[in-house]
Design a binder for this molecule. Structure first.
Ligand SMILES: Cc1cc2nc3c(=O)[nH]c(=O)nc-3n(C[C@H](O)[C@H](O)[C@H](O)COP(=O)(O)OP(=O)(O)OC[C@H]3O[C@@H](n4cnc5c(N)ncnc54)[C@H](O)[C@@H]3O)c2cc1C
Length: 239
């Protein structure tokens, strides 16, 4: 697989990611094409939304994914509309959003959400053979790192019922909003609470399956579960 080899010598820049389609126009100061920022958001995200259009009707479908270097893998039933449509080479837009909190301003107009998000444009294509199995491993490991080595691998019948698509991350952007409300000066003396309500994605206690065999301990990767987190180079908020 490609790994992170597409980084240039400077380490993080991937000039090709920025195209006319992925050039931020609204709040460009929140935008980024930095590879580390994009990769960090993709790794922390749990699921994505895949947008595509069939016969002029747009669909935006939430689904799982996994990243291997500069490749995204998504999978699903071979019979699903999304997988069938995208297997034909339709252009798609994959979005991953992380919600970092609510921004509660003194005016309705200045309310906002703190977020980190990535948009990837491209045409996914189906993979087969070893890469299909590899894609399934990447998607499974994206849920819980360490899981793949413990579980039963897909049978030939299960593989046939599953389609796996790869989408090269060649055209992409990130956008990050952080910080507090950007109230107008004339509003700051208003008698209303203002600030941020941070959100964290944290797991609750694992719930063992009713049919779990006795004596099976919770694996460490679930006992200490956390989404992979890296500092995603947050630009400062707008003035
Ligand atoms: C959780 C969340 C809540 C949001 N709430 C609002 C809201 O209430 N109102 C609002 O106007 N906007 C909101 N945004 C920002 C929104 O995603 C868009 O950035 C914004 O609406 C500008 O859209 P546009 O099409 O004019 O962007 P443009 O700047 O014209 O988009 C051009 C290109 O910039 C890139 N880009 C734009 N937005 C993003 C993004 N979010 N992530 C990655 N790349 C991006 C894409 O490559 C896109 O094709 C929110 C974002 C998130 C993640």
């Amino acid at each position: 697989m490609k790994g992170d080899a597409r980084k240039n010598a400077a380490g993080t820049a991937r000039p090709g990611l920025k195209t006319p389609w992925t050039t931020h126009r609204r709040h460009p100061e929140r935008g980024s094409h930095d590879w580390e920022t994009i990769a960090a958001i993709l790794d922390e995200g749990v699921f994505c939304h895949v947008g595509f259009s069939v016969d002029g009707q747009p669909f935006v479908v939430p689904t799982g994914y996994g990243r291997d270097g500069s490749v995204l893998y998504i999978h699903g039933s071979s019979a699903s509309r999304m997988l069938r449509a995208l297997s034909r080479g339709l252009p798609a837009c994959v979005t991953v959003s992380l919600i970092d909190g609510l921004v509660l301003a003194r005016s309705a107009f200045k309310h906002s959400i703190n977020y980190r998000s990535v948009i990837v444009l491209g045409s996914p294509r189906p993979v087969t053979g070893d890469e299909k199995l590899h894609g399934l491993r990447i998607i499974t490991e994206h849920m819980a790192r360490g899981r793949w080595q413990e579980i039963r691998k897909p049978s030939a019948k299960e593989l046939k019922a599953t389609a796996v698509l790869r989408m090269d991350i060649d055209e992409a952007s990130a956008k990050v909003r952080s910080g507090g409300p950007l109230d107008y000066d004339e509003d700051v003396d208003r008698a209303v609470w203002a600030g941020q309500l941070p959100f964290l994605l944290v797991p609750a206690s694992p719930v063992p399956d009713d049919r779990l065999r006795e004596g099976i301990a919770l694996p460490p990767y679930l006992a200490q579960y956390a989404r992979p987190q890296r500092e995603a180079g947050r630009p400062s908020p707008d003035p």
